[in-house]
Every structure is written in C-alpha cells, then in structure tokens.
Write a protein that binds this ligand. Structure first.
Ligand code: FES
Length: 126
C-alpha cells in the first residue's frame, strides 16, 4: 500500500502548488481603464520584482513608454505620441514582493501571469 501522507508533494491528491497564486488587482472593477482592450508596446521581456505596500494605490504603465517603469510617468499624455492606453490603477492587500508585468501583454494587469514566455513576445525586438 502506498502512503500519501509521507510525501504529500508528489501525491496525486495534493492540491498545493509550489508557485504562489497570481494576485488580482482589487481595483479591477473600480477603474474603467482596467477594461482597455489594447495592450501597450513591450518594454521588457521579463517581469519586475518589487515590494508593494498594502492599501497604497499605484499606477502601472500600460503603454510601455514610461521612463519610470513599471509605473506611469504621464508619457501617455503627450499628444504628439498619440498613445491610446491609459495607466492601470491598482493596489495590493498584503505588503510583500510582487512580480509586475513589463511586457505589457499580461492578461492579469498589472501582475505577471507568464504571458512574456510566449514565443512571439520573446522573438520581438525591444
Ligand atoms: S512580464 Fe508580462 S506577463 Fe510576465
């Protein structure tokens, strides 16, 4: 008989994953900018890890042109650049380190969801 309690990590009954769950923006339904369909240009092909404070509101750059990545520096307001994307306002419920998307293609803005690993993104020149 095989015991599932001795080595729970390899048990087929184990539902625990080594990867922490991807956080969700609690402000997702509050700001309409979160429902923008178009993504910005790729700033980097890998995410940025940073410590975020619980309850603080951040503006994540979606257009990919901010010089203060991963946050918005209002470059999208330059009328000559004709940028359609607006920044994503977000917060976190726990003070800790988070992976923020830098490829600007994540499906879970502003957090990295692994979309940057797609071949078409990795092959693009930035
Ligand atoms: S950096 Fe964009 S999904 Fe990971």
């Amino acid at each position: 008989m095989v015991s599932t309690t001795r080595c729970p990590q390899i048990s087929r009954f184990c539902t625990k994953s080594k990867e922490p769950p991807i956080p969700v923006n609690p402000l997702k339904e509050v700001y309409s900018a979160n429902h923008q369909v178009e993504n910005g240009i790729i700033y980097d092909k890998k995410p940025f890890k940073m410590r975020l404070e619980a309850g603080k509101i951040y503006s994540w750059c979606l257009c990919g042109r901010s010089r203060g990545q991963p946050f918005c520096d209002a470059t999208h307001r330059n009328v000559y650049l004709k940028i359609k994307q607006r920044p994503i306002r977000f917060t976190v419920t726990e003070t800790k380190e988070y992976w923020l998307c830098n490829c600007k293609q994540t499906l879970n803005r502003p957090f990295c969801d692994g979309t940057h690993k797609r071949a078409d993104i990795q092959e693009k020149k930035v």
